[in-house]
Write a protein that binds this ligand. Structure first.
Ligand SMILES: [Zn+2]
Length: 140
C-alpha cells in the first residue's frame, strides 16, 4: 500500500534498521522505542489488522519475535526480560495499520507499563539504531 509507512520500509523507500528479513516477515528497530533495542516484527505482505493476516504468517511473526527476544538477551542491549505487544485496532492503541508485533526489552525500574507507555523524548540517532541492528543481525 502506497501510503503505508511499513510497506514503504519494506520496499526500501524509507530507512529502517533491519535485524531480520525472510520471504514472509521483517524485523526492524522501532524509531520511537520504549527502551533501546525495541523491535517491530511485521509481515512482508500488507495486512491492516489481525483479521486480514494469514494465520500461518501470524505464527511465523511470533517465531521471528521469539528469536529476536533470544538475540536481545544475548546482546549488549539491557534486557532482563521481554514484553511482546500487539495492538490490533485504534482503540487498542494501533497507530500504524500494518500488523506489527512489538518485542520490547525490559529491565528493572525502566518505568514501562501497559497503562503508561513512556515515550523517549531524546529519540535515538540512526547510527545508534544501526549499531543495535548490526549486532542483532549477527545473533540471528
Ligand atoms: Zn503496509
Amino acid at each position: 500500500m502506497a501510503d503505508c509507512p511499513f510497506c514503504r520500509i519494506l520496499a526500501g523507500e524509507l530507512p529502517a534498521s533491519v535485524v531480520f528479513r525472510d520471504e514472509l516477515a521483517c524485523a526492524f528497530l522501532d524509531i520511537r522505542p520504549v527502551n533501546p533495542g525495541h523491535v517491530l516484527v511485521v509481515p512482508i505482505r500488507h495486512a491492516s489488522n489481525l483479521a486480514e493476516l494469514d494465520q500461518q504468517i501470524g505464527g511465523h511473526l511470533f517465531r521471528v519475535a521469539q528469536r529476536v527476544a533470544a538475540a536481545l538477551r544475548s546482546s549488549d542491549v539491557r534486557c532482563e526480560g521481554v514484553n511482546f505487544h500487539l495492538a490490533d485496532g485504534a482503540v487498542a492503541g494501533q497507530e500504524v495499520f500494518h500488523v506489527h508485533l512489538h518485542v520490547i526489552p525490559r529491565f528493572e525500574g525502566d518505568g514501562f507499563g501497559l497503562r503508561r507507555i513512556a515515550r523517549r523524548r531524546d529519540l535515538p540517532e540512526r547510527d545508534e539504531l544501526d549499531s543495535i541492528a548490526e549486532q542483532l543481525r549477527g545473533l540471528l
